[in-house]
Design a protein around this ligand. Structure first.
Ligand SMILES: Cc1cc2nc3c(=O)[nH]c(=O)nc-3n(C[C@H](O)[C@H](O)[C@H](O)COP(=O)(O)O)c2cc1C
Length: 196
């Protein structure tokens, strides 16, 4: 069944040579070839301010430049979020994007403030997170516990009802051979085709 897929390319660098961009494009290509409807956002090309207060988060308005992305996420069946691991986590620009987008009234409601109960507003959407990194992917998982990835899954996406969430990790990307890169791009294209 054709899906509405939103791709968030979270690399802060617009340079065409970045692997994350190539992976996002491969996924898009595969998804479109299989009839899925794709909206792709490169956050490096979106101008938006950093969120600075709880007041802005709770009562402020979304920056206009982010409205298309928020609307698309609201209408999506499946999200694909790609980013390079920077200092053990997602790049600050992607975190700033998510802080702006996943605000109350869009992503969740405080149903019972006294008990701290929330209504998750983005249920029914699945996600895939794709992370590239300099270290071996197994080292990130087993030695570093993949903390930042778990935080994205549990504290941001899971918190607002998004699931199931799948992961693809590519390690040692700076020393990857052209053949390995081609294999990764083919994998992304296949995932795109299956909308997974
Ligand atoms: C500011 C910065 C911080 C980085 N921190 C890490 C890190 O903590 N762990 C790691 O394995 N790689 C780290 N790297 C390597 C990147 O993850 C790697 O260059 C990137 O995934 C390559 O993908 P790209 O071509 O899309 O940029 C860092 C790179 C930069 C520029």
């Amino acid at each position: 069944m054709a899906k509405h897929i939103v791709i968030i390319d979270g690399h802060p660098d617009r340079s065409a040579g970045r692997l994350c961009h190539a992976l996002a494009q491969a996924y898009t290509r595969g998804a479109r070839s299989a009839g899925h409807e794709v909206r792709a956002f490169e956050i490096a090309g979106i101008d938006f301010p950093v969120l600075r207060s709880k007041e802005q988060f709770d009562q402020g308005t979304l920056p206009e430049s982010l409205q298309p992305a928020q609307d698309a996420i609201g209408a999506a069946d499946h999200l694909v979020i790609l980013y390079p691991l920077w200092l053990g986590s997602m790049p600050a620009l992607l975190k700033a994007f998510l802080e702006q987008i996943f605000r109350p009234s869009f992503a969740y409601d405080l149903a019972d403030p006294k008990r701290g109960k929330f209504t998750k507003r983005l249920k029914g959407k699945s996600a895939r997170i794709v992370v590239t990194m300099g270290m071996p992917a197994l080292a990130y998982r087993w030695m570093f516990g993949a903390h930042s990835l778990k935080s994205l899954e549990r504290n941001i996406l899971g918190f607002v009802g998004i699931g199931p969430i799948n992961e693809t990790l590519y390690g040692m990307v700076e020393v990857a051979t052209p053949e390995t890169r081609r294999k990764w791009l083919a994998e992304m294209e296949a995932l795109g085709r299956s909308g997974a």
